[in-house]
Design a protein around this ligand. Structure first.
Ligand code: CP
Length: 325
């Protein structure tokens, strides 16, 4: 695997989930696989879970890890091509990515959207340029439109805890004070569409996700209707895709509460974190028995470990080595 940026980069998601669960059972089974290989984790935006879980996964596989918060610690990065760099940017992504590729065998890269220009964000320009110019396998640590390591961890969590073969899974919008990317919701929807679950998305009017992510999901603006009989409820805010990057409502009635939980099939409640308590999710849910947020966070390690293992084994078995594509 040279690129892990979406579910479409995975040949068999069930095999990947099985691999992650095997790694979870025996974290050090492949502790020599990554010996003398270096993982670079490059962040243009903040992170707690992605940074620590991916670092832990790499260490379990015997890799060396270098982390850089490029937005704070690096030179101001230029991403536009053909520009005369006589402004504030100091280093072009062409050279910066290329240099990092010289030091690393695999690179994880995080770059959030600007939420101003939809076309630009959805073209994944910065992520794609990084992949192109670094010249080594790249794992997305969240890009403008997707968060595949999170979605894999979410799928692992559902597979571990589901009580029926075909659970009802609901993705519900929740209020927030800041305009957030659509990436987690897009990605979760994209992965759910690869399963045979009963998948429902609910949100206020104006919050439709891009059609390519909605796929075959059932859509409703009536949250109560969506929650009826749900086995898993994934709570997440996102800003408008249609009126791009805007907050159209902050209706607090959309917050998930214990009262709403009564409509479900005693659902497990999921959130990728960080979460705004009392705004996106009630304290009672987060502190109660139905919360799966720590299960999801735990599974971030095994998701990353399965992907790194696949990256190491497949690239090596292709006989290319990991130093250059
Ligand atoms: N869920 C998630 O990606 O968390 P971080 O932004 O802290 O990495």
């Amino acid at each position: 695997m040279k690129l892990f940026s979406s579910v479409n980069d995975v040949t068999n998601i069930h095999q990947l989930v099985s691999e992650a669960l095997a790694q979870k059972k025996n974290p050090f089974a492949d502790e020599l696989l990554g010996k003398h290989k270096t993982l670079g984790l490059i962040f243009l935006n903040p992170s707690l879970r992605t940074r620590l879980s991916t670092q832990k996964a790499a260490l379990n596989l015997g890799m060396q890890v270098m982390v850089m918060n490029l937005d704070k610690e690096g030179w101001a990065l230029e991403t536009q091509d053909g520009i005369i760099m006589n402004g504030t940017t100091v280093e072009h992504i062409r050279e910066a990515a290329g240099v990092m590729g010289e030091y690393c065998d695999i690179i994880g890269f995080r770059s959030f959207p600007g939420l101003v220009n939809r076309e630009e964000d959805y073209s994944e320009e910065i992520f794609s340029k990084f992949v192109k110019f670094c010249g080594v396998p790249v794992i997305s640590l969240e890009s403008a439109t997707r968060h595949p390591l999170q979605s894999l961890a979410d799928l692992i969590t559902i597979e571990e805890l589901k009580k029926t073969a075909k659970p009802k899974v609901v993705l519900t919008w929740a209020p927030h004070v800041k305009p957030l990317p659509q990436a987690v919701a897009n990605s979760f929807a994209e992965w759910m569409n690869k399963t045979d679950y009963d998948f429902v998305i609910t949100h206020p009017e104006g919050y439709n996700l891009a059609p390519e992510f909605v796929g075959n999901a059932i859509l409703t603006h009536h949250q109560d209707e969506a929650l009826a009989g749900a086995d898993f409820v994934y709570v997440k805010n996102w800003s408008s895709y249609e009126d791009y990057g805007k907050i159209l409502t902050n209706d607090e009635d959309w917050m998930m509460t214990n009262q709403k939980l009564k409509l479900t099939n005693n659902a497990g409640v999921m959130h990728c974190l960080p979460v705004r308590r009392g705004l996106e999710l009630s304290h009672e849910i987060l502190d109660g028995p139905n919360s799966l947020v720590l299960n999801q966070a735990n599974n971030r390690v095994w998701a990353a470990q399965a992907v790194l293992k696949m990256c190491l084994t497949q690239t090596l078995s292709e006989g290319e080595g990991l130093t250059k594509l």
